[in-house]
Design a protein around this ligand. Structure first.
Ligand SMILES: [Zn+2]
Length: 270
């Protein structure tokens, strides 16, 4: 299904040691057991992710957080509607003030979720046991109340880049670059050691959920303008709907994303 990229698929043999990034998607309290939008088995991947975090082969280790204001557009509560209903949403006027722009960007289908990952609440914290000391940065997404972002790079309207692409292209986290404002907030968690860095070309993606934010992040990573060589480490992810995950894997593969296992990555980058 879908067309395969014309370029040769990257393999683990082509991953560049010391110049790869590990992206840990939305491994937060609200997305693991006990959370408001729990993914079955979410907690079980934390030790696996810690094992990956300990590998010497990664230049950057970055966690992402869904990080919503209390009246976020993706919450059923915000609209007074039932959870998991679908609605149409439009670009917010403060970010797209021109009516013509808003029409061009168009409405999007939005599934309405239970309230989750509200800024400053325990639900948005990284899941217990995750080795946060190993992280170079935490990137926030969905920070504007009118914009949803499954991808850790940017929302579908292109209004709120998260800053992730900049970090990867820099190959480092700049101590002074605690950017702020709509969607571009980057939280620095570890001092820069001042070592020489090069742009990251290879990204390895893990976390939650494989059929939503992991998938959308991976699909963005390979598209025009980003064009990272992208791997998803399938056994370090969990799906909201495991029964349907195969079709998502196929879709990712058709875009040139390579699926690998933890063992394969440990062998190569360990
Ligand atoms: Zn969310």
């Amino acid at each position: 299904m879908g067309e395969t990229r014309k370029t040769t698929l990257h393999t683990l043999e082509t991953a560049i040691l010391g110049k790869s990034a590990l992206l840990i998607i939305d491994t937060q309290n609200d997305f693991v057991e006990g959370g408001s939008l729990a993914v079955q088995g979410g907690k079980s991947i934390v030790p696996t992710i810690n094992k990956l975090l300990s590998l010497p082969g990664f230049a950057l280790r970055i966690a992402t957080k869904d990080f919503h204001p209390p009246d976020h557009i993706s919450f059923a509560r915000t609209h007074g509607k039932e959870e998991f209903a679908d609605i149409e949403i439009h670009p917010p006027e403060d970010l797209a003030p021109d009516e013509h722009d808003r029409d061009t960007l168009g409405p999007l289908k939005q599934t309405l979720w239970p309230v989750h990952c509200v800024q400053g609440t325990p639900g948005e914290s990284l899941a217990p046991g995750l080795n946060v000391d190993a992280l170079d940065a935490v990137v926030h997404k969905g920070t504007h109340k009118g914009v949803e972002s499954y991808s850790a790079f940017i929302d579908p309207w292109g209004l709120c880049p998260t800053g992730l692409d900049g970090i990867l292209k820099e190959g480092r986290v700049d101590k002074k670059s605690r950017a702020s404002g709509d969607g571009s907030e980057v939280e620095k968690t570890q001092a820069d050691e001042g070592e020489e860095r090069v742009p990251v070309k290879d990204v390895f993606i893990v976390g939650l959920a494989s059929d939503f934010c992991v998938k959308f992040t991976a699909m963005d990573a390979v598209r025009e303008g980003y064009e990272y060589r992208t791997w998803v480490i399938t056994d370090a992810t969990k799906a909201i709907k495991p029964d349907e995950i195969d079709k998502h894997w196929e879709e990712m593969k058709s875009k040139g994303i390579v699926l690998v296992t933890v063992d394969e990555v440990v062998q190569k980058l360990g």
